[in-house]
Write a protein that binds this ligand. Sequence first.
Ligand code: ZN
Length: 582
Amino acid sequence: MTAVAGQEEQLWSRCAGCASLLYRKRLRRNLDVCPECGEHSRLGAPERLRQLVDPGSLRLLPDRLPEADPLNFVDVLPYPHRLSAARAATGLPEAVLCGTATIGGHPAALAVMDFRFLGGSLGAAVGELITRTAERALDDRVPLVLVTASGGARMQEGALSLMQMATVSQAIAALREAGLLTVSVLTDPTYGGVAASFATNTDLVIAESGARMGFAGPRVIRQVTGRALPEGFQTADFLLRHGQVDMVVQRRSLRGRLAALLAAARVGRPARTPVPRQEPARDHDRLTAGEPPLATDGQRPPADDGPQPAVRDAWDTVRTARHPGRPTTLDYLDSVFDGFVELHGDRLGGDCPAIVGGIARLAGRHVMVIGHQKGHTTADLVARNFGMASPAGHRKALRLMRLAARLGLPVVTLVDTPGADPGISAEEQGQAAAIAENILTLTVLPTPVVTVITGEGGSGGALALGVADRVLMLQHAVYSVISPEGCAAILWPDRSAAPQAARALRLTAPDLCRFGVVDEIVPEPAAAAHDDPAETARRLRAALLANLLPLLDVPPAMLVRLRRQRFRRFGATRAGAQVGAR
Ligand SMILES: [Zn+2]
């Protein structure tokens, strides 16, 4: 609805659906749904909460996080300016409002996103606030209700915003283990990193009438595929038809439907297995304290490595990471591992060539290796969809991760993807939910997981294989919440600003090591991996062994606890401005 200009501004609105002129008070009484055509206009978080919860029952969580700009991010405006403008425009401290309340008399913890605040983007503060709400639900033994409205991860916080997908997902996993119901309510629009994590890995997913949800946005899909999108693409009815949501609910029925679902949920009973609240990363520090210097200070190259080349520009690193000669996962399976037996298929109807996986040996030990596969020639790249995995690829990876845990095999993942497949059929087959389930499963997988970013670590597609006990990164690889070209197109807005965007995003290995996103850098031979693949393989093998072997002695329950602490700290440390101060 748009306000009608002039004196009448406060009194009348024009419906975005049918262009009817509507009396504002009447519209508000009708929950901001057009009485003429049924168009559901977007709601801010305060109004949404007012509509959903029992009057007088809402208690907002008191948490206020200090403003942080971990990357010192500047596009055409410094990030703090954009934050201040969003606060002034919405009157909200961040893009989410959290609290406890009752709905139809049933208690719940709620986190409600607000699209007006920087597009409802998921940054470290938003991730931390939603995580605390989930932890509050666990403490109070009540269900968690998430109302999503988001364009995706917050670019201005780089890979730290990407990590929030794992942080919130593991809080949802804890509720799953405790037998507490989690519900997400998709409102318009829900995209990107939010769609590919807590919007879809809850027990129940409800789409509000008129909501659209997807991993990739329509503009990106049109650009990449060059095709017109089918009628109603990514709408609530489309999602229902493709099995991605439990139901589509009109706004006026939402509170009643939630109440009916919450009535069936357990409340106040003891958990089957108690899940302790997590303190800051004390255990994690204890585990890493006894490791060799390389592991605790990944930025320091080994002494025998000779003089390091001058620091490269981030954009040069992006180009090196994308070099067609760079070793691929199948190359490493041949050079680093022995006896690879490839396993195929998601058991649901597909086998994705962009992800390869199977059982192999590393220095005589069996491991499950899963990685993105690109190629060295155009024909290879096309056959492998440029390493962009489909939902079938993510589900194959999930199957192999679970199989590894059952067999007691450690998992090694090799990440090299521009991002998950942004195609039409990928959306139809539930790309967002497929990524979200992988992220959640990895947070609780009871076997060691070591990830190596070998080339491009592209956004949610990378994180779908990247929630690990140890995250290593080849020296000239990159890992980012969005491609520099994509970021430039949105924020500058001109794709030719990609080199500036690459610098602003802090996507290189030394930057990510400083932020704690990456634990260790694997040095590449001069000038880069593709110049000496054999030496690269030798170094990668040594780094994998050094990181994997200590994990083999850690009991599975402790491994999972330490992994959770690793990902929990990206939000928690933000408040103390300690990110990267390890
Ligand atoms: Zn209308």
